[in-house]
Design a protein around this ligand. Structure first.
Ligand code: DOR
Ligand code: ZN
Length: 348
């Protein structure tokens, strides 16, 4: 096979940032994706409907002329989030999810949730109106080893939370463990998971063996090989509970290459070539459309895109980084040259 045509994919977890970085990275997502769930962890975070409307306007203003891309906005859950504001932002069609960051779990999460009793009312309201909660699933307890933080979160926080609000739709964002895969599989409806591009490709050796590689450092951090294989199996299986959320999270090289560097891999430009390569390697090219273009919209109750994207066999030279007015941003290096590249995108 030399050409592969799919319904245009969506990215169900994307960091676009703001200002100069937004202007530099947005065209890369808009080139290959029709829609994306936009993460709200700006400084300050996107916490109210008014914040989300203003951020959406800035994204639309930064879109290249003629781009075909819809930002699906989210709110950042805080202990002071007003359920009425959330419901109004949802009813107007502005927001498609609320994002839960445990306080201190990751980049710009200081305003996240520490006391879950304080968000019970918002979660109940979200369950009533069918608005999904996107969860960064890591405990912040400093006594828990960083490689165990996702598995411990499922037991300590996520499962009890879901028992308290059973009807709430939940997306476990960027799962990195077999425990995450298994937990999602114990539920037939109302629970899904996004999987990133990079967690299908790297394990923790890629970050730490033979030298430290800051460009592979992200949160949740990549785990052992057995976990990467569990993620590969889930993503390539076609199972509707798993869908693409790149977690493309640009930071400038100076911000990554620090004694205490930022977490995040920038995968927006090459996700689709990497995924085509990975799915083909696993004999699952037929399931790429489910993972990248069908399962996500079905979970969020949206129609799949009617436009298409075409990938073609072959590996033209890929840039290693993009330039922004804030400095260079390195593009994720999968450690192989993807056998596919995007050659066309039809409009609907
Ligand atoms: O690697 C990550 N980068 N993980 C996150 O949860 C946040 C993200 C970011 O915003 O940079
Ligand atoms: Zn993220």
């Amino acid at each position: 096979m030399t050409h592969l045509t799919l319904r245009t994919p969506d990215d169900w977890h994307l960091h676009l940032r703001d200002g100069a970085m937004l202007r530099a990275v947005l065209p890369h997502s808009a080139a290959h994706f029709a829609r994306a769930i936009i993460m709200p962890n700006l400084v300050p975070p996107v916490v109210t409907g008014a914040d989300a409307a203003a951020y959406r306007a800035r994204i639309m203003a930064a879109l290249p002329e003629g781009a075909d891309f819809i930002p699906l906005m989210t709110l950042y859950l805080t202990e002071d989030t007003d359920p009425d504001d959330v419901a109004a932002a949802h009813a107007s069609g502005l927001i498609h999810a609320v994002k839960l960051y445990p306080a201190g779990a990751t980049t710009n999460s200081a305003s996240g949730v520490a006391n879950f009793d304080r968000v019970q009312g918002v979660l109940e309201r979200m369950a009533q109106i069918g608005l999904p909660l996107c969860v960064h699933g890591e405990v912040t307890d400093p006594t828990v080893d960083i490689f165990d933080r996702e598995a411990v979160f499922i037991d300590r926080i996520l499962d009890p939370l879901r028992r308290r609000v059973p009807v709430l739709k939940v997306v476990m964002e960027h799962i990195t463990t077999s425990q995450g895969v298994d937990y999602v599989k114990t539920h037939d409806t109302g629970l899904g998971a996004t999987i990133t591009t990079h967690h299908l490709v790297i394990n923790r050796n890629h970050i730490l063996a033979g030298g430290i590689r800051p460009h592979y450092y992200c949160l949740p951090v990549a785990k052992r090989e057995e976990h990467r294989l569990a993620l590969r199996a889930a993503a390539t299986s076609g199972d509707a509970r798993f869908f693409l959320g790149t977690d493309s999270a640009p930071h400038t090289d100076p911000a990554k290459l620090q004694p205490c560097g930022c977490a995040g891999c920038f995968t927006a430009p090459n996700t689709m070539p990497i995924l085509a390569h990975v799915f083909e390697q696993d004999g699952a090219l037929a399931n790429l459309e489910s993972f990248a273009s069908l399962n996500g919209p079905a979970f969020y109750g949206l129609p799949p895109n009617s436009s298409t994207i075409t990938l073609t066999k072959g590996a033209p030279d890929q840039p290693t980084h993009i330039d922004t007015d804030d400095g260079p941003v390195t593009i994720f290096d999968p450690g192989f040259t993807p056998d596919w590249h995007v050659t066309a995108r039809s409009s609907c």
